[in-house]
Design a protein around this ligand. Sequence first.
Ligand code: BG6
Length: 505
Amino acid sequence: MDQIVRLAGAEKVPPCTVVIFGASGDLAMRKLIPALYSLDSCGERMLADETMIVGCARRAIPVDQFRQHARSAVERLANAPLQEGCWDRFASRLDYLSGIDHPEGFARLKARLEQIELSGGLPPNRIFYLAIPPDAILDWVQRLHDSGLIGLPEGRGFSRVVVEKPIGVDLRSARAINAGLHRYLDESQIFRIDHYLGKETVRNFMVLRFGNSIFEQIWNSHHIDHVQITVSEEEGVGARAGYYDHAGALRDMVQNHMFQLLSLIAMEPPVSLAAEDVRQAKLNVLRAIKPLTPEEVHHQVIRAQYAAGHLDGKVVPDYSHEPGVAPDSATETYVALKLFVNNWRWSGVPFYLRTGKALPRRASSVAIHFKHLPAILFAEHHRLPANVLTLRIQPDEGFSLSVTAKQPGLDLSIRPVNMDLHYEREFQARSPEAYEMLLYEVMIGDQTLFVDAETVERSWLFIQSILDVWEREGRQGLLSYAAGSWGPAAAHQMLRQHQCGWYEP
Ligand code: BG6
């Protein structure tokens, strides 16, 4: 019989007002509004009746127009289907405040919030979502503070601030942003988003590791040969060159998403599921990763930029010919690297990370390669393939374990087969979208799925050791790969040196 163990029920969130700065922007319309609608939709009904959503932006548009934009975003992008009854209820929660950048903008916001709270009998529970360019974050937080909208938490309500990545562009700027946030906010009020932590499959990492007796026993250097983490994207830079050409794959993906995946895979069992215990266990992984020496950067890190190629039957131009990209850009659109987690559990086990744009498929996965068996019994003439546990984050969410099995027949032929779980087929239930999950967690005030200040700085410390070398060397050492291929030959060579190849999604 199926046994569902419900550890944390999806509780209704306390009534609150969600203020979205940058409400007419891409993030708000593509992710936040659709996610809030899905949370509020007829099936889930997770939002408290009194909850309100106030969009703030510069543009002066009537609230009805804001609602209309929101409706078309929900129609196109929400995980839950648009139903008229649910939409009407959701639309009545939406309010809009223009001219937030004016000197008196925050005073008007304060007055609006007080009015909403008074008329709805709401406690001053406020969530400020900063869906704004990173260089505006500190200014906005200061204005929130100066207008008396955030103070240290007191008994009467809460004020929380949600910050998007990137937190900084290097170690120095990340430290400055954290220090700036801490001037006005307690760490318990800050929710730094890394949307990978909201993905259903990533949330399953801990359950898989610590909820099954078979894995944790062998989750160490005695049994694991190496680990591969891949986040590959089919899209090129698209319309984001303005941001991406200053960031590159290392800053955009490795410093945050990939290091979060790595720390969940490599962490020790936390003492409890409380946010501080889980975050501490993950942080300890990053503490055990040493910054690379320049020589290690040369041997262990490969960077490349895509050149013209074909993807899905379409021609992709050289990255440097993409609109908005500097013609002599040294920005990497691909990174592959090897690192070690220097603690007892992982001593000597390489972790290989790779990510890139304009690769053949969109696919994110973690592949745990177990050690080979001794060449005795079935493997006198050649090595049997090692067992591999592959966690597929997206698409085709699920996981598989490759094992060796006997092929039916009178002879003794053996080959690897996959034990495979597909989320959709197995659970036949809607998985919440990452932003739904994360917004829900902000509202209930649980910081487990958010990134704390030290974690941000620890991962920058490692990344900085690479950036320093690249900055000195400019385009020297920057390789190229054809769009639509699996990256430069050197990245494959790196794995061949380990006598294996990259897992091909
Ligand atoms: C973002 C990066 O954080 O993550 C993008 O800035 C990237 O460049 C995106 O495309 C990938 O997210 P997902 O959920 O599509 O894998």
